[in-house]
Design a protein around this ligand. Structure first.
Ligand code: URP
Ligand code: ZN
Ligand code: ZN
Length: 473
């Protein structure tokens, strides 16, 4: 069955037009005025609605074991929540649990393919560098995995030393792979955590106090220096500190191919939230910081210093001993309560994949601070370009996948856990009134969300192979 979306206003990163969209075999076939529907065609009336490319969230963690438990959302529940929030393509991370990268890709693709309801791809974490692993990194391109993540923190677990990061950058450069960096100072964090615990400082606020912003700033500068020396592009993930934005600007002003991503939690919350009784809900790494940091990150977006808004979705229950009903069945997964006496045992991460577009629309578009085109650029087009899946994803044009989100700009929603579809027992935006909301969502031409109705099915999401040598923006 073909589909025509009629009467809407289309927004891409660069264009706004009143037009219809014809979808054939899951792809956009044509865009034009007054497209005529055949007898068999499904017609979606988009009168009064805005028609946007589905959101691209380039930073999610689904079904990830961590801190003695596992993330609350797997590839079904996480991608379902994404769809309800207007996001139709997510990029997850493969943990380097062994040194056989090919097998790791196979296992993750297989696991996600059984459950995902929107399309997905992967970045590969490089957390253990051996000569054998060095040889395998370029081979990832053949599998459609064209980005790797390195860490300057999580000592003795995920961290690479500077020389190793430099090696990865050079290998990745030659293969057309983009290196992503988690920028925090692991040595400083290790010392501060030991001291905090010894002094009996165990509350969630100490999560932020032991992960200082200077460490993040210094690591962005270090990452830029290593990337510049290697002649490689770099993408700094989850930017959270004012100084990081300053360092990114400095690097970009020098003409370096250094890009940055931020996430909604760093724009809306501060350490004051960590100091709340339920502060564990806000524990993520890197931590949420101060109003001054928020303001500088907003400037970073407005001034084009930061290129993307993703989520770092990594959800846990707040109280994983108390079941919630999910699709009619009780579910409880150990979560933040694991760290009730010790902040270092709180699983790090927040729900957000479904919240991202509605809360960012509310703060960017409804306030008039950003145009809709700009919103599309930061949340869909830029991540698709940077990670090598544009124009298949991230835009509306003939030949692109028909991943499309129809927004009602006038829809008012009292947001919170019940509206968001994450499989967890809390929502960071509980009680917020949002203006503008995604009402119809299509994944490769299939309507999977229709005004709050769920029409998706586990296993319909496909693994998308990203391309090497993608644009550095
Ligand atoms: O707290 C978070 N964000 N956990 C995910 C791990 C990471 O570094 O992105
Ligand atoms: Zn990270
Ligand atoms: Zn992450």
């Amino acid at each position: 069955m073909n589909t025509i979306i009629k009467g809407g206003t289309l927004f891409t990163a660069s264009e706004t037009l009143k037009a219809d969209i014809r979808i054939v075999d899951g792809k956009i076939d044509s865009i034009g005025r007054d497209l005529q529907a055949g007898q068999e065609d499904q017609v979606i009336d988009a009168t009064g609605l805005y028609v946007l490319p589905g959101g691209v969230d380039a930073h999610v963690h689904l079904d990830l074991p961590m801190a003695g438990t596992v993330t609350a959302d797997d590839h079904y529940t996480g991608t379902k929540a994404a769809a309800f929030g207007g996001t139709t393509f997510v990029i997850d991370f493969i943990s380097q649990d062994t040194d056989n990268l090919d097998e790791l890709v196979d296992a993750m693709v297989q696991k996600a393919s059984q459950k995902a309801v929107v399309d997905f791809s992967f970045h590969m974490n490089i957390t253990h560098l051996t000569p054998e692993v060095e040889k395998q990194i370029p081979e990832l391109v053949k599998r459609g995995v064209t980005s790797v993540k390195v860490f300057t923190a999580y000592n003795h677990r995920l961290r690479l030393q500077d020389g190793e990061i430099f090696k990865v950058l050079r290998i990745a450069r030659d293969a057309g792979i983009l290196t992503m960096m988690h920028a925090e100072n692991g040595d400083v964090i290790e010392i501060l955590i030991k001291e905090a615990l010894a002094a009996g400082n165990t509350s969630p606020l100490w999560h932020a106090k032991t992960r200082p912003a200077w460490g993040a700033e210094e690591c962005v500068a270090r990452g830029a220096a290593l990337a510049a020396t290697a002649g490689a592009p770099l993408y700094v993930v989850h930017m959270n500190a004012a100084g990081e934005v300053d360092q990114l600007k400095y690097a970009r002003d020098l003409g370096l191919n250094i890009m940055g991503e931020t996430c909604p939690q760093y724009l809306f919350f501060t350490e004051d939230d960590l100091a709340r009784e339920d502060g564990a809900k806000f524990v993520c790494s890197p931590p949420i910081r101060t109003t001054a940091d928020q303001n500088r990150i907003w400037e970073g977006l407005q001034e084009g210093i930061i290129q993307t808004i993703s989520t770092d979705h990594c959800s846990f229950f707040f109280n994983g001993t108390k079941p919630i009903l999910y699709e009619g069945k009780p579910v409880a997964i150990p979560g933040k309560e694991l760290g009730k006496d010790d902040f270092t045992k709180i699983p790090n991460g927040l729900p957000g994949v479904g919240d991202r577009l509605p809360v960012m629309w509310n703060a960017m578009v409804s306030t008039g601070k950003f145009t809709i085109n700009w919103f599309v650029e930061l949340t869909s087009t830029n991540p698709a370009k940077i990670f090598g899946c544009y124009p298949q994803k991230g835009t509306l044009m003939p030949g692109a996948d028909a991943d499309i989100t129809l927004w009602d700009p006038n829809e008012k929603v009292k947001y919170g856990q019940k509206v968001a579809q994450h499989r967890t027992d809390y929502n960071l935006y509980e009680g917020w009134t949002l203006k503008g909301f995604p009402v119809i969502v299509l994944s490769r031409g299939e309507v999977i969300v229709d005004h709050g109705r769920w029409l998706g099915h586990a296993g319909t999401g496909r693994f998308i192979q990203c391309k090497a040598f993608a644009s550095a923006l």
